[in-house]
Design a protein around this ligand. Structure first.
Ligand code: RP5
Length: 164
């Protein structure tokens, strides 16, 4: 199976990345994690992105906060799908990172998830890999069914309490 490549702008973004790695582990998807900054280590970020396809990655996730240019900088250097996670790491509550990540110019797409959306970034990466992987698609179907069952269980509890 192709790997998911994860880069974060700073190790202070790790709690958000942990949500992604937990999800990938639960789905049995191989991944690699790095700290590469678009501003502090631009050359390392560029080399990682340029060589990602030949190194066996199928999709990349890039997480950054503040003036969050990492996902865009990664996308500029690969045609692998790139998922951006805007991180809430300033007193602008992540709106700065959201706008910096989502407002890409035509020609260089970044699929941006919600602010701090680590779990959804991993799920979207899994769904991209599942296009060519039936077993992974089955695992995703099973997860959807389990998630739905958990919500129905909550509905049953709430209904029993309020709907007499
Ligand atoms: C961004 O600046 C990082 O992605 C992080 O969210 C934010 C703060 O970084 P540190 O100052 O904590 O290293 O580049």
């Amino acid at each position: 199976m192709k790997k998911v490549g994860i880069v974060m702008g700073s190790d202070s973004d790790l709690p958000i990345i942990k949500k992604a790695t937990d999800m990938l582990e639960s789905l049995n998807i191989p991944f690699e994690v790095h700290v590469y900054s678009a501003h502090r280590t631009p050359e390392e970020a560029r080399i990682f992105s340029k060589t990602a396809r030949e190194r066996g990655f199928g999709v990349l996730i890039a997480a950054a906060g503040m003036a969050a240019h990492l996902a865009g900088a990664v996308a500029a250097n690969t045609t692998l799908p790139v998922i951006g996670i805007p991180c809430k790491s300033s007193n602008l509550d992540g709106m700065d990172a959201l706008l910096s990540t989502v407002q890409m110019p035509s020609g260089i797409p970044v699929a941006t998830v919600a602010i701090n959306g680590g779990a959804n970034a991993a799920l979207l990466a899994a769904q991209i890999l599942a296009v060519e992987d039936k077993e992974l698609a089955s695992r995703l179907d099973a997860k959807r069914a389990a998630d739905s069952a958990a919500v129905l269980e909550k509905d049953a509890k709430i209904s029993a309490e309020f709907n007499k």
